[in-house]
Design a protein around this ligand. Structure first.
Ligand code: ZN
Length: 662
């Protein structure tokens, strides 16, 4: 049911009826109490302002269509000019700007970027008001007898990264269609026809999962679709592009569409191309199905715009570093992105949690099963990247060590169950946190991946190697081959399929791991034939992550992550309860000196090495604003970096999981 139907439409009568009794009770309590009486000239406010009803979405054909024309040529101002003709309107129409976005799982619509809004009929302006109780709804007084409304507005894409993630540069742009459309309330989004054309800067090429109807100069018109598919099919465009066939000769085309800052950044080696083609084949071998008519990986290689990752049914938005291909070894850590977003075509878009599917973009979503939607996708993202050869086995083990160590050291697990973290995108749409490891943040990704590794190794162990989570993936996501009509599921559906693969008390197993608090167990890694250990040597893989993110990781020794590059020594994160925490370090401060030497990452690492086994503390000078203080870190454990070490008492199940499927 649509939540809006539950809201009162008028002031409830009981508020008046009970006011007199409440006043009498308050007077009696005041008289009986020894506390001084409260001055009270009236009973105080009651009830709430009336809320005007908005029609709940119904599954019925919309008696008109959205005709949209988007002018995306003004890349210097980063503004999209939108002209929309909406037929089928009635006298008191309510139009929505999309609020709840699939993939974001949260009310992250960009209504703060909408400006210059005008409604008109045959050139005559029509008055409008924003719904006072719902800022995403516009009430338009359409003249009687009129059924077609003209809507014009501008979408102001962020001009600086403190406004929002950058989407437009002089060389490339991305359009998420939910940013540039108003749609009528009262209908399922799949029931609203849409026809769209877009004008791009001259000479630019684009990638988009929508089918092209015709092109006229810089303007492209797409074939008619519906609002749900339209919003699910974003467009990337750019000056420097290339289109790579990832499934040559296949009946169902899969392409990699590249958009770069510079033409040189588009260069891909034969073995890299082989890896991405293998990714498609390994996904088919895993799921035994596809749920698209064609698929486009949209990949921006840019240091000018955001690095996005957003799933769609027939495409995905991927963003990485400008030199993703040209400095291939450096960015191994970022290579699971494409496998993750691709997996979502099966897990997330085709199979979707029952409480996450919504009929339009303004009905609230519920995120209770994100540990499947995101957690298992995170798992397959790493597994498929390894199976495709896009990461070596040692690189994958370093990656798993990295997130397993972070998850296991998070003190937040002592109070917060995994299940509760599924609310995080709604609680905090990816704003920085003061104490991330104590608060936790979207742990259903990495902790979810560890949970599915736990399930996978357990199925393999219980079935004596005959079955695995691959069988679950095929049984759960491989149904309805070729169809991209979403099929929803519940927790019980999940448990039923797991039981078909391998009988076990999966409901209890999962609920225990989802609902309990306490130290995180790494049973999947142990059963996989490995153990998490710490040594004083950082792997090349982890050093590349630090370099790319301009940081120095010392989280598992003194308990801090520090900035590098433009802000050396700036404290990014302090592990709650760590030696650094005990010494009073807090993020936002900056280490300026170490044992009387000017700070550098290497100076601090040397000091940690020298303090090992010694008795004297490491002395830091720390600056917070204009305030300097000396901090003595009584830490003598040396440098500590996480690794997975082979445990030969167990079979190497993890190696088998990560090996390519024939
Ligand atoms: Zn995801």
């Amino acid at each position: 049911m649509d939540k809006r139907q539950l809201l009162p439409t008028a002031r409830p009568a009981y508020a008046y009826a009970n006011a007199g009794a409440a006043l009498a009770l308050a007077a009696a309590l005041a008289a009986a109490s020894l506390a001084p009486p409260v001055a009270q000239a009236s009973p105080g406010p009651s009830a709430t302002a009336p809320i005007m009803p908005i029609a709940a979405p119904r599954d019925r054909p919309y008696p008109g269509q959205i005709e949209l024309s988007v002018d995306a040529t003004d890349v210097l101002h980063r503004v999209y000019h939108v002209h929309e003709t909406l037929s089928g309107v009635t006298r008191d129409s309510v139009l929505f700007y999309p609020q709840w976005l699939p993939g974001a799982h949260a009310p992250e619509g960009t209504i703060d970027r909408l400006a210059g809004l005008r409604f008109s009929v045959d050139g005559v302006p029509v008055t409008w008001m924003r719904d006072p109780a719902n800022i995403w709804a516009f009430r338009v007084r359409v003249p009687s007898g009129v059924s077609t409304l003209r809507i014009d507005f501008d979408y102001l894409s962020p001009t600086r990264d403190d406004v929002g993630d950058l989407e437009v540069s002089p060389d490339l742009l991305m359009i998420e269609w939910n940013e540039v459309v108003l749609y009528p309330a009262g209908y399922f989004s799949r029931d609203i026809p849409v026809r769209v054309s877009v004008t791009l800067p001259t000479g630019w090429r684009f990638g988009c999962a929508l089918d092209v109807d015709h092109t006229d100069g810089a303007q492209t018109t797409f074939k008619p679709t519906n609002l749900a598919t339209f919003v699910d099919s974003p467009l990337y465009a750019g000056r420097y592009t290339s289109r790579v066939d990832l499934a040559p000769g296949a009946a169902v085309p899969v392409h990699l569409d590249l958009f770069a800052d510079q033409p040189d950044d588009l260069t891909m080696s034969a073995s890299e191309l082989q890896g991405f083609r293998a990714l498609v084949q390994q996904a088919y071998r895993l799921f035994g199905s596809h749920h698209y008519e064609h698929y486009d990986f949209l990949l921006s290689l840019s240091d000018q715009i955001q690095h996005s990752g957003l799933e769609h049914h027939q495409s995905s938005e991927n963003g990485s570093y400008a030199h993703f291909f040209t400095e291939w070894n450096k960015y191994a850590f970022d290579r699971d992105l494409l496998a993750h977003e691709y997996t979502h075509s099966w897990n997330g878009k085709f199979r979707r949690p029952f409480d996450l599917w919504t009929p339009d973009f303004n009905v609230p979503m519920q995120d209770s099963l994100l540990w499947v939607y995101e957690g298992q996708t995170q798992y397959w993202g790493h597994v498929l990247t390894a199976r495709a050869g896009l990461r070596t086995l040692p690189q994958t083990l370093d990656e798993i060590a990295d997130f397993a160590a972070y998850e296991q050291s998070d003190p937040g697990h002592a109070w917060r169950p995994l299940q509760d973290t599924t609310n995080d995108e709604i609680i905090n749409p990816r704003r920085p946190q003061s104490w991330r490891n104590y608060q936790l943040f979207e742990d259903y990704y990495e902790q979810g991946a560890l949970l599915w590794l736990d399930v996978d190794t357990l199925i393999r162990q219980l079935s004596h190697g005959r079955r695995s989570l691959d069988d679950f993936a095929r049984a759960f996501f491989g149904i309805d081959n070729g169809s991209f009509v979403t099929v929803t599921y519940t927790f019980e559906d999940l448990v039923r399929t797991l039981n078909r693969v391998q009988p076990y008390d999966w409901a209890r197993f999962l609920r225990q791991r989802l609902d309990s608090v306490g130290p995180l167990m790494l049973d999947g890694i142990r059963r996989g034939g490995y153990r998490l250990v710490y040594t004083d040597a950082q792997s090349d893989y982890q050093r590349n992550v630090d370099d790319a993110r301009h940081r120095v990781s010392l989280l598992y020794s003194i308990g801090v992550t520090l900035g590098d590059g433009e802000r050396p020594g700036g404290i990014i994160e302090v592990l709650w309860g760590s030696p650094a925490f005990q010494a009073g370090l807090t993020n936002g401060a900056r280490i300026v000196a170490v044992n009387d030497l000017a700070y550098s990452g290497d100076v601090l690492k040397d000091a940690i090495r020298s303090a090992r086994g010694a008795r004297t503390p490491i002395e830091l000078i720390v600056r917070t604003g204009d305030h300097y203080r000396t901090v003595r870190l009584d830490y003598h454990g040396g440098l500590r970096y996480p690794h997975l070490e082979r445990d030969t008492s167990q079979p190497a199940l993890l190696d088998a999981i990560l090996a390519p499927r024939p």
